[in-house]
Design a protein around this ligand. Structure first.
Ligand SMILES: Cc1cc2nc3c(=O)[nH]c(=O)nc-3n(C[C@H](O)[C@H](O)[C@H](O)COP(=O)(O)O)c2cc1C
Length: 324
């Protein structure tokens, strides 16, 4: 049975939706968004004061992060019985208004409390995955979930392509480690305290993370440098490399991640191979053979049963991100 719920979109409800949307992942937990309420609509703006000019000069990761927040808001709205009509880039490509979201009474999700629990449970767990392979069918289902949000998502299933992706990821890390400006920009977002950035407590100890992870320390003997386990890898992207494509990839990333969280899988984005031009070019021309433009890689795997829960990364208070 489907029930239409007459829930008025009071300011309080919309504030709550924004708060839930802000649980979304963002590059370095920069939370590069700013929200406004206008009538029955919620407007999402890019907050360029939180940009990463060295690592992300075009704002690809910034806009992609905002796309994850749009999808989180859609999920939250459905859980509250609201229909969210989203228009991406309503003022065109040049503007910082990324989305206009109109809220109307609508169909409530059949699993509202599960949906809200999953929004809260999703996190970036960079600890090394177990050796249990993620079956190809699971990877394909996750990619399909992302594709349903108009982004391209391709699982890397054959070993030689995976091997190539690992190598180009390692080369991206090596090249980044000699870039003092980028390294110091990244460092500025780790262990800042307060409401943003990545707390040290969520970063794994040396040797307990994959050598592919961005915040890993140097590869060590426990971190072999070639195909090491059953980690799944999915490439996300789109037909072009502009803001609307990045927003769609962000929505796809959020959808894939929430589905993986429900199924007990862990997702870790890898943006470094896209940020570094040489590896981005190789990924586009050689790995996906120019079928689309890659925007992000994600690693997918299983954490050990019974492993401790990670603390949550902080979020800025809604009063700071929601302008009257
Ligand atoms: C566009 C984007 C790029 C990201 N790139 C990386 C990355 O390269 N390495 C990494 O470990 N985490 C990456 N992350 C994960 C963020 O650091 C993480 O979402 C943020 O710190 C908030 O933590 P949470 O996901 O646990 O809520 C990325 C997230 C997004 C949305």
């Amino acid at each position: 049975m489907t029930v239409i719920v007459r829930e008025s979109t009071t300011t309080e409800v919309r504030r709550r939706l924004v708060e839930l949307a802000c649980l979304a992942p963002s590059v370095h937990n920069t939370q590069p968004w700013s929200w406004r309420l206008e009538g029955d609509r919620v407007l999402l703006y890019a907050d360029r004061t939180r940009a990463l000019p060295v690592e992300d000069p075009r704002g690809r990761n910034l806009v992609l992060s905002c796309g994850t927040a749009v999808h989180h808001l859609r999920v939250a709205a459905r859980a509250l019985g609201l229909d969210a009509r989203v228009e991406l880039m309503p003022d065109g490509d040049e503007r910082d208004l990324l989305a206009s979201i109109e809220l109307r009474p609508g169909f409530r999700s059949p699993t509202p409390s599960d949906d809200l629990t999953v929004l809260r449970a999703r996190c970036t767990d960079r600890r090394r995955f177990t050796l249990w392979p993620v079956p190809a069918a699971e990877l394909e289902a996750l990619a399909e979930e992302a594709r349903s949000w108009d982004c391209t998502a391709i699982p890397i299933l054959d070993l030689s392509t995976r091997f190539r992706v690992e190598l180009l990821t390692l080369r991206a890390q090596a090249s980044r480690s000699t870039d003092a400006a980028a390294t110091s920009e990244q460092r500025a977002w780790v262990g800042r305290g307060g409401y943003d950035g990545i707390p040290r407590e969520v970063l794994p100890e040396r040797g307990s993370t994959s050598h592919l992870a961005r915040f890993a320390t140097e590869p060590s003997p426990e971190n072999p440098t070639v195909v090491e386990s059953g980690d799944g890898v999915i490439v996300l992207g789109g037909p072009a490399d502009g803001p609307i494509d990045w927003l769609r990839t962000g929505e796809g990333l959020s959808a894939l991640w929430l589905r993986a969280t429900r199924a007990g899988m862990s997702v870790v984005p890898l943006s470094l191979p896209i940020e570094v031009e040489a590896s981005r070019t190789e990924l586009q021309h050689v790995v996906v053979q120019d079928a689309f433009v890659p925007h992000l890689l994600v690693r997918i795997g299983w954490q050990a049963i019974g492993r401790s829960e990670l603390p949550r990364t902080p979020r800025r208070p809604v009063a700071e991100v929601l302008k009257p």
